[in-house]
Design a protein. Sequence first.
Length: 333
Amino acid sequence: MSSELAVIQSTGAGAKPLHLPSLVASAGDAAAFAWEEFFSAGIRNPHTRRAYAHAVRRFLAWAEAGGYELARITPGQVGHYLDQLGGSIPTRKQHLAALRGFFDALVLRHVVILNPALSVRCERYAVIEGKTPEIAIEQARTLLRSIRVSYDTNAGPLLYPVGLRDRAVIGILIYTAARIGAVASLKRGSLTHDGMQWTLRFAEKGGKSREIPLRHDLEAWLLAWLDAAGLRDAPKDAPLFRSAIGKTRQLAATAATAGDLGRMVKRRMKDAGLPERLSPHSFRVTAITDLLNQGVPLEDVQHLAGHSDARTTRLYDRRQKVLTRHVVERISV
């Protein structure tokens, strides 16, 4: 049985073949098994899987062009590859992490004796502040005011379901510091009442879950959306936010994806005259900075953001930018 055939059969009936790189296919069935095991079973996050597969395929194409065999790749060759890779330090670190994980799988299946990427080092990289720009408080208010939630007809004003949806989505981004992917994955059952208040339960990165209470205005926006979309009595597994059908102001039956909602937010920002550099993640930066600026304890803000490490929360803190501006304005030139 060939290596390619072994991988195709192990993926199950109707599944697509994994299309092994030539160096892996030529290394035998154990290498093919390690490839499938690492990418199909070992990595659960689809974004990480896609990024790591791209990194490993790129390295293997480079190695094949250089005439190297999979089992004879050395640390020096991996280091040379990273030297000529280009890109940012985080990009090279990600490629190195992908190669270490892949070669670990090959060692486990006795395809190679030692992991050639294990002893390779990358440049040090320390992040003091994240790159995501914050949206100013007044800009966020302008954005919310710009969203139409009703339109006039001959019979009088009617609710605009898409507007109600968009206001609710942006409200969640502002008032819960959630990521756009977590908002897109919300189900009807994610919105619950605990007898005292309405809450949203988010499924975050790394399998983490967090429950955030809704402030009064966001609660009203979400309930208005539920009524307009007919979701009050929907099954718990029904998507909380549905996609729109073009510019028809009508809702589709399918769930809105993170890409759909991200494009919607960017479009709403553009229509409100906000800078193009802003993104859905900008609300997360603003919420964290604003709360820290008000003296809310770091551990409380960390819990709201769903960070396992307070150092990650600090990357979203833009208070130092204000201090820096005050300092440079004092230069006497």
